[in-house]
Design a protein around this ligand. Structure first.
Ligand code: CTP
Ligand code: MG
Length: 225
């Protein structure tokens, strides 16, 4: 079951506060985006990568892809103002193949086993996401005061990749545009269409590099490997 993957990498990394797109930050001397691209470069089921970038950063991305000999990037597509816009541009550039994955450029540690389990779940239901049961207690806070506490037993932290039948996710994105809905992940768009989204148990190691301390964790994950 081959798949293509859309990798949004067109953000600004504001929470990282590094003064540049965090995709270019080095983790153990290799740029973050290269760690992520290598996962798919080295996965035989991946037929191609659609990398979504900021137009202003095209040269830097092209140089890195060349330097690190990434062969599967079939297209560089330009992103939009929000992640959802970037992913949509990537999805529109996909060739007609049943399964598409959407995976954050800033999430370098997903395993091939997780990807394969995700595809199997998508084969059953049409859409699936990786996630892990939350470890923290989650409270809703308003104006500095706790409003209420959520029942942790049914709360999951959602990761990428998320996998979809291509037609279904394109349809979900089109519907979200019509309704003016902006989500922080693609599964949420799918949920709104009434389509079931399966949850596949991921791995706590599959972190997204978001704030500076995530870089410290990332370095130790790589050293452990
Ligand atoms: N992304 C994108 N286009 C955007 C915004 C985000 O392609 N307009 C990508 C990011 O490059 C990242 C992924 O979506 O790989 C997840 O987003 P996030 O972790 O929020 O990254 P940034 O938006 O870059 O960071 P921040 O929100 O802190 O500015
Ligand atoms: Mg963001």
């Amino acid at each position: 079951m081959n798949y293509q993957v859309v990798i949004p990498a067109a953000g600004q990394g504001k929470r990282m506060n590094a003064g540049k797109n965090k995709q270019f930050l080095e983790v153990n001397e290799i740029p973050l985006i290269i760690h992520t691209l290598r996962v798919f470069e080295n996965h035989s089921l991946c037929s191609g990568i659609i990398l979504v970038i900021n137009k202003m950063e095209r040269n830097e991305f092209e140089e890195l892809i060349h330097k690190y000999k990434i062969t599967k990037v079939k297209q560089l597509v330009y992103g939009g103002a929000e992640r959802q816009n970037s992913v949509y541009n990537g999805l529109k550039a996909c060739h007609k193949e049943n399964y598409v994955l959407v995976h954050d450029g800033a999430r370098p540690f997903v395993s091939h086993t997780s990807i394969e389990e995700l595809i199997q779940a998508t084969n059953r239901t049409g859409a699936a996401t990786l996630g892990v049961p939350l470890k923290d207690t989650i409270k809703v806070v308003r104006d500095g005061v706790v409003s209420h506490t959520l029942d942790r037993s049914n709360l999951w932290g959602i990761q990428t990749p998320q996998a979809f039948e291509l037609d279904l996710i394109l349809n979900a994105h089109n519907q979200a545009i019509e309704e003016g809905y902006l989500g922080t992940d693609d599964a949420s768009l799918m949920e709104r269409t009434g389509q079931a989204v399966s949850i596949v148990m991921g791995d706590y190691i599959n972190i997204k590099i978001t704030t500076p301390e995530d870089l410290i964790i990332a370095e130790s994950i790589i050293k452990r490997k």
